[in-house]
Design a protein around this ligand. Sequence first.
Ligand code: SF4
Length: 456
Amino acid sequence: MKNPKIALISLGCTKNLVDSEKILGRLAQGGASFCQEPEAADVLIINTCGFIKEAKEESVETILQMVRLKEARLKKLIVTGCLAERYQEELTRDIPEIDHVVGLENFNLVAEFSGLKHVVSEANLKGGKNGCQEDFRVRLTPRHYSYLKVSEGCNNPCSYCSIPSIRGPFKSRSMEEVLGEARELVSSGTKEINLIAQDSTLYGIDLYGRKCLHELLQRLSEIDDLRWIRLLYTHPAHFYPALINEIASNEKVVKYLDLPTQHINDKILARMGRGVNRGDIEGLIKRLREEVSGLFLRSTVIVGFPGEGEEEFQELLDFLEETAFERLGAFTYSKEEGTAAAGLRGHVSEKIKKKRLGEVMSLQQGLAFRENARRVGKEIEVLVEEVGATLAVAQNKRAGARPAPTLRRGYGRSYGDAPEVDGNVKLEGSNLMTGEFRRALVTTWEGYNLVARCLD
Ligand code: SF4
């Protein structure tokens, strides 16, 4: 195949998205030409997710849809990512139209299988496996924000989770490597870095013998032109005083934390293997709220875990109402083969799981709307994400008057909104520019979003 056109579909979480960027980087180094539409591609790569039932279904459906393209232009279909790692044999056997199933260990094979002439060899790249090496990234997010992985894998014993078996043990990247990548991202226009990992709070424990995320935050904040550092995927069992101090006192670390609690009932937490009980979680939240002023807390919970009866579920609902997380994601428990929870007694029916999910989400909607109403009249800083239509402005026709500035509409995010998962701010102002920070006054709210007018 001469100069194949390559397209990539990235499914799943932000960690997978970073892997996709690194795969594209390898391909770009090999001289690939890319296209956006799978229909126009000679080679299609699907980077899959294999975390829970819905994610696996989405991955398989996407593969099956794309298989149909092989009847037309598409010559090669390559499947990689977590699903490929977890079900390599089954995919190869059951979907013979897939040309190559590539696990997580070797992104370079994707480039080789894509038919590129100049494949960058592993020896020419610094670092090790699993995409931890410092190779070039082709960015799939807008320039002004990026995700940055601080570690790979996970050692935690959460009984419902298949990640440790898919992604292997926890492995921190060296501080120099993370800082080097952060500097590159900032020099190419990134203003906001979102730190990701399976468990970001454990950063450094394997490499330096101690938890040192606070030091990483400190050093990242020394990078000029980096304005926001956001901490995602923390674990309540692994916070420590120096980290809380750093979050509270470092101006560049946004006062937003992604703190998955998963449940609150002690019996369920123990069965989940979370290493914390209700008292620990409540104590941590109290401390964070006291010490970090203006904190936005995002959490996730799982409903319908084995053993969750009406009483345990009601305890969770009451906790969510009392705690009023500013942001919340909720999932139904997914029985994953090979995990400890799959063998537990007391599995909950799908019907009840769905009903409980609905109850959690409707409670959270009320809390989120209340939070938005509370912000009306407040001044906020907004990172402009997209600039839209020009607004019709009544022209000032008085002789000698300056022309009215062009008002535009766009949208952006405050520090309380993480990219892709939270709401946004509809913005009105003159000279809006993507990737800029603007001060704005919140005038009203619509659903999960705020509406604001620029003040400068
Ligand atoms: S912390 Fe728990 S839920 Fe998260 S990746 Fe590790 S084992 Fe899975």
